[in-house]
Design a protein around this ligand. Sequence first.
Ligand code: GLC
Length: 708
Amino acid sequence: MISIETVMKNLTIEEKIGQLMQLAPFFFIGDLKKEVYGPIQALGLKESEVFLSGSVLGIGNASEMKRVQQAYLEKSRHKIPLIFMADIIHGYKTIFPVPLAMAASFNPTLVKKAARISALEAQTAGIHVTFSPMADLSRDPRWGRVVEGFGEDPYLNQVYAKAMVEGYQHDGIDKVGNLASCVKHFAAYGASEAGRDYNTVDLSRLNLHQYYMSGYKAAVEAGARLVMTSFNIVEGIPATQNKYLLRDVLKQDWQFDGVVISDYDSLRQTIEHGTSENDREAAKKAILGGLDIEMATSSYVLNLKSLIESNEVPMALLDDAVYRVLKLKQDLGLFEDPFKGADEIKEKTFVLSDENKKVALEVARESMVLLKNDGILPLKKTQKIALMGEYVALTDTIGPWHWHGRHEDCIPLYEAISEYAKPNLISNQNTLSNLSETEYAGLLDADVVVVAVGEHKIESGEAHSKVNITLKPQDEALIDALYQLGKQVVLVLFHGRPLVLTKVEPKVSAILDTFFLGTMSQQAIAETLFGLNNPSGKLTMSYPRHVGQVPIYYNHLNTGRPFKNDGNPFTSFYLDEQNTPLYPFGFGLSYSSFKLMNLTLSTQKMTEKDTIIVSVDVENTSNIDGYETVQLYIRDYSAEVSRPVQELKQFKKVWVKAHEKVVVSFTISEQDLVYVHSDLSVYADPGKFSIQVGNASNQILKADITRV
Ligand code: GLC
């Protein structure tokens, strides 16, 4: 094993600084496809400086990786290999459901499996790092990037961030097939004001730690080797040069010894933020603040040497940053094998294999949420079915951030459905006036109309925020026209964010929420429509009745004048809308019907050393086997700071056979009662707590306990 100290001793200051720059592959080999987009201003780099760079953003395939690495090493004096990084967010080529959908599975083991396969596929192209998991908690569906995260709950953020890091890094990043994980976007990017991407974030340090940090911290504790800074400011200072975030919290309090990388161009953006007068000040504040690698820009390469020579930046900070990068390369085994993982054979045999697609189907099955069903689902093969709406034929259901995934690898929904029943009508139209006479007759004769509509994948994701989060007017009009015709409608939704479904909900018999389920979307949807798959997903974000309610989230504070519907006019409510969401956090139906009863506690009192066993009976009163996710929430009735009316603390997804009953138990310990105090210390206070167990945040059985 080479000694990093020795390597560093032999580096010039320019070579050290070069390790802190990340460029796209086409900077090294001009004819490569520009697969990375973004505002690459003129970087002002000489070719010699390009070839000092330490890492690469994105790569097309194994042979490209080998070409870039080869070309680089031939020109490099120090022969330190490049490290290749990419956005493998929910799959490499076999695309899994978008993270917001995977989170709805309440099955972190399955999500971990998806991350594992994503890593194995990505590594065949010679990729070593993935910019995932995205652990940005968000309470605002206007924000396009909610699609990439796990929703509005700090505990779920923690659970899934951990699961994905473990899936990517598996049994060690030194081994072929495992990726180093980069958790992002540090920190609180999901709190962008008004849900507008890249907008100001302004939240108290208390709320930052109380709600927004859990996912990043869980990822670091799970061993994530990189942390990506977010575009936004935190307490007025851009995260990319925020010493409190990067040095005090991340590197000191959390003992993070990995690499801090900026987001794309986020260092140079500090000039736009108005906290850096120019490139030089941007570089100075960032290295002092704790940033290691600068992505896609050249402030460090163009300024760090003179900052060190003028004693404005200690050499020790540069050495620390370079050490972290070289340690990552060493731990990845790149010094031994600069071409690690790149494998043209495996690219052909393992990537998008039937085995991998089978897992993608399994994940898709558990990521759907049944929002409404008046009994019309599951469909029968003998029924006359009409299919309408653009997603009847549109195969682009792989969602944003699909990297090398291709929607051509999906099949049209009508094809998947035709496996089970021959539709009367197949029309991707969303207006009846476009139907021919025969088509119209087929529609009238149908027992049920499946309407497959929603957002396009480009309506969510980065830089794709929206103020209007209902269905398209023409899709709402189609549903209304079918309703006027007295047709029973099954609405199948495709989207990347919670939608406002208030207008269409009363006019349809069922709503199957599929988000973007990836490569195997259509097969999973068809199986579910015909009952071969019993939907089990639960929402991880609240669905508003109206966008005017946003931000709306389940773990809200009680306020001093909570609405109690008791006629008191001076309480917290709207004159023109209810306070509650149309569909709440934790909600999701099944073809089975479950009854939760007999909430029992082993005791009503506990000290910090005790535990309390909480049990509930879950009965499947239907004749269909199915999963139910039992959720345990707590409420702290009186604390140093105001606490939410409920907070998810544990959950269990259990399989209950038809007409059977199971007992689900949880163990409550001190850890479930702690919270962040105003001085940021974390502990539980003595006092009364409410224990709430249910199959949705608004369907709960309650009992009180006292922590003495
Ligand atoms: C983008 C995104 C970030 C991504 C990075 C590299 O702007 O904000 O999530 O990992 O650039 O593509």
